[in-house]
Design a protein around this ligand. Sequence first.
Ligand SMILES: *Cc1c(COP(=O)(O)O)cnc(C)c1O
Length: 494
Amino acid sequence: MDVPSQPNEGETYVLPSAEATLIARSKLLSNLPQRGLGAEQIQHHLREDIVPGLNRASQSPNYYGFVIGGVTPAAAFADNVVTEVDQNVHVHLPNETISTDVEDRALSMVCELIGLSPAEWPHRIFTTGATASNVVGLACGREFVLREAAKTNSSGKHASVAEHGIFEAMKLAEKSGIQILTTVPHSSLRKAASIVGLGRASVVDVGMPDQRHIFDLPLLEKRLSEDTSIASIVAVSCAEVNTGLFATNGRDMQQIRRLCDQYGAWLHVDAAFGLLARVLPENEKYSTLKAGVAGLELADSITGDAHKLINVPYDCGIYLSRHLDIGIEVFHNPNAAYLNTASTESTTSTDRTIPSPLNIGIENSRRFRALPVYATLAAYGREGYREMLERQIALARGIAKYLLDSKDYVLLPQQPKGDSSDPLQHIYIVVLFRAKGEQLNKTLVKRVNAGRRLYVSGTEWAGLPAVRFAISNWQVDVERDLQIVKDVLVEAAS
Ligand SMILES: *Cc1c(COP(=O)(O)O)cnc(C)c1O
């Protein structure tokens, strides 16, 4: 075995070797012991047997597979405190703990980071991830669109999925279906549609034929208007996971908002990793990216992920909505007097009573996942996060530039004919490419990952295998990492 199962001092591997995973798996206890082995023995077992079989994706700046982020030192410290104090952040109990105040403050700091006014986003909560946030967004959207429809129809009755169930609410709203209109959705949007009873098939792509991530606005309007028995949710992919491209610019968002108001639709934005682009400074370098996140304040609900670009440990997603009443309607625990806040007196400086998290989100008992977010945002501030993202983008653009100039590789997606804009302007933190040679392209992912100096993931683009770099770790060092990437790509092509 020439590859060490543990990194040498001063270096980290990205993935364990195949041998290391085999060995680690063979050392797993095969059964529940009758008599426990004891905490000390187990510490040894975890360190020596299990950890060597785990990957270092989140610790390595050279893991470019999924958008997973890393863990900043401040967030890591806070996460250990979370375990130590083991708070259940469920009911707002201001005389017993300030944990709900911390969560509320962390979420308002998130709003400030991305340039949203916390007061306008009163339904805010940490979730387990962007998938959960998409579930919350669709559940709220479903509630809203049927309620609004019932207000304006002949029955004039209150229609609530939360109260009556989807069948009854549909009848009261005089609707026969709910469609989710979107472009290049993340797979979790269809999963969320399945969970909330709308169905995967209700997710309808309304992208342009030649640039599928961009809304075909006339088609969107047609789908919103042509069948008045169908209610609609519009879902914007704010940075698509294969290419990092944004579905809208500020002008599109204004038009989409206008259409949603006209047809009673809910506007949800999935900005799992796109959200952070809002911290970028206003300048020529980032104008395309800034346009991609312009107009987010027009949405009804927004999905974000803190375990991606905010670089806190798993798991932590973000949900923001302007409609607290809808959130409470969907998520409150009915008839549970013991879950009421002991005192309604608020300890916030903003005169706002903090809603109990268990009445505005999926879980009742919840981890104190707010603390790492609070800690890392406080530790590095807006400037720290801006600087971190600028490094990530600089590395992505450095890789893209190398690919553009290379005789062996093609940067994807290729620019549409007639588009003479600088291709690097579109690069955020994802770089998609393939090899020019068909043979090389078939084995490219394997060849790039073979040296184990970095890790990329394979995907498919326009029917052909393609490779994708996703850059999301706080530790990125542009010069060092670009050199590693270039060395590996040169070697893979030779
Ligand atoms: C990662 C991602 C998700 C899913 O997020 P999880 O945190 O894995 O649940 C959803 N949407 C987009 C755009 C993503 O990038």
